[in-house]
Design a protein around this ligand. Structure first.
Ligand SMILES: Nc1nc2c(c(=O)[nH]1)N[C@H]1C(S)=C(S)[C@@H](COP(=O)(O)O)O[C@H]1N2
Ligand SMILES: [Mo]
Length: 373
């Protein structure tokens, strides 16, 4: 692990190189948490595997023997299954989908008042093409018995301290059996990097990454709502999505689910100098939980006036959507550049995010200040 330091909107932070990764922003090494440098998002809509962010909860990661690997399907099923990697590849139709994987706490560092937890900038997200078997096909092979309520997913990583709760996440049966949920064995046409869940991870397009269980080796059909720590206590948000929580006064909560609508300027960064009279094709990305981005607006005066940006090709409803807008600084001054995305059901971004004590769901309008000279 080589280390240097980098400056970004989020202050000065360490950089590190890990196996199968380029230089990443180091949040913590135990557990491993690596953020994608934001400039990566300006180089293409697909986030390369070697730059894809990393987040683990348990400190020790196991060695993986792909020949010994088996995915167990059990619980409320007619037939228990134990599927090898080969069985996953050959016994089920392969399905491919581009989808954004975003940590619930992406951009947490920008919450005001500050909240505890990993101080992510905007790089705890990535867009990849995932390939694997449909979870619903696997569940159909096992045969879901009547009375099933949720499906629980576990990985090969285990807590270091006895007494800590193993990382287990559950989806309602109707979500788990959706068309787009995959048990993925490939990412951008390659094996998954070890830190992104080799050999197999769950992919839940439109849902926060907390459900995208890595090193997936256990699927259990439950006859009840899961009450394990990671569902009942962690990864919860206020039940009323419009209400701000007050520091120290928690609101009733529900498990976090769908991604919020977000957009970012990627071609210019905060504090950059631009030339008066020069025309800039400002570009960026937008995404939502799969309803589809229909409009991106662009402002050069901090949101007073908006013009419509041009949308790039639709690469899939769960993928990053590219956009561009024209900007010609007219005079020597500071410009506050902003973008605002709208999806097909009218969900959008606002000036402020709804504050919550876990620092989840951030989707306020982001500002990039550039100095024209
Ligand atoms: N097995 C396992 N899967 C996991 C986690 C984990 O700690 N263990 N963390 C989840 C969380 S909170 C996130 S943000 C994503 C991160 O995925 P990535 O490391 O591939 O970017 O993995 C999810 N899946
Ligand atoms: Mo996360």
């Amino acid at each position: 692990m080589d280390e240097v330091r980098t400056r970004s909107q989020n202050g000065e932070r360490d950089l590190a190189i890990y196996p199968q990764k380029r230089e990443m922003i180091l949040l913590t090494s135990r557990p491993v948490q690596l953020e994608t440098p934001f400039s990566t998002f300006d180089r293409g809509l697909i986030t390369p595997n070697d730059s894809f962010f990393v987040r683990w909860h348990h400190e020790d990661l196991p060695a993986i023997d792909p020949r010994a690997y088996a995915l167990r399907v059990h619980g409320l099923v007619n037939t228990q299954l134990s599927l090898s990697l080969d069985a996953l590849r050959t016994q089920f139709e392969a399905f491919e989908i581009a989808a954004v994987c975003e940590c619930a706490g992406n951009s947490r560092a920008f919450f005001a008042p500050k909240v505890p937890g990993g101080q992510w900038g905007n790089g705890a997200m990535g867009n990849a093409v995932w390939r694997g078997a449909r979870l619903k096909d696997i569940l159909a092979k096992a045969g879901v018995a009547t009375g099933a309520v949720q499906v629980r997913f576990g990985g090969l990583d285990k807590p270091t301290l006895t007494g800590d709760s193993p990382f287990l996440k559950s989806l309602d049966l109707d979500v788990a059996t959706g068309n787009d949920v995959l048990v993925a064995y490939a990412m951008n046409g390659e094996r998954l990097p070890m830190l992104n869940g080799y050999p197999v991870r769950l992919v839940v397009p439109g849902y926060y990454a907390t459900y995208w269980v890595k090193m997936l080796n256990d699927i259990e059909v439950l006859d009840r709502v899961d009450e394990n720590f990671w569902m009942k206590t962690a990864y919860r948000v206020p039940a009323d999505p419009r209400r701000h929580e007050q520091p120290g006064a928690k609101l009733p909560t529900v498990p976090i689910t769908r991604l919020t609508v977000r957009s970012f300027i990627t071609s210019l960064s905060d504090g950059q100098r631009v030339q008066v009279g020069k025309r800039y094709a400002v570009s960026g990305i937008a995404f939502d939980s799969g309803f589809g981005i229909v409009k991106v607006l662009f402002s050069t005066d901090g949101g007073v006036h908006w013009t419509r940006a041009e949308l790039g090709r639709d690469e899939g409803k769960y993928a990053f959507r590219a956009w561009t807008a024209s900007f010609t600084p007219a005079s020597r001054q500071q410009y506050s550049l902003q973008s605002l995305a709208v999806n097909s059901i009218g969900e959008t971004q606002h000036t402020t995010s709804v504050w919550n004590s876990s620092g989840y769901l951030r989707n306020s309008i982001e500002t990039v200040r550039v100095d024209a000279a």
